[in-house]
Design a protein. Structure first.
Length: 63
């Protein structure tokens, strides 16, 4: 993955009804509520978290 690449992560589904681990992963990504968006560096660790809860998120590539 390229250096300094930024991805935009948006929570599109509620975490209600999902496992605690999914809720903790959302919190680790910095997502607090529905339609909240955060910008993160594109790292292997962040991609791994996204892959675990892909069904709750929308990911867009930025600069």
């Amino acid at each position: 993955m390229a250096k300094n690449k930024i991805i935009k992560i948006t929570q599109i589904k509620s975490s209600i009804g999902y496992k605690k681990k999914a809720k903790k992963t959302l919190a680790a990504l910095g997502l607090k509520k529905l339609n909240h968006t955060v910008l993160k560096n594109d790292t292997v660790q962040i991609r791994g978290m996204i892959n675990k809860i892909y069904y709750l998120l929308k990911v867009e590539e930025s600069l």
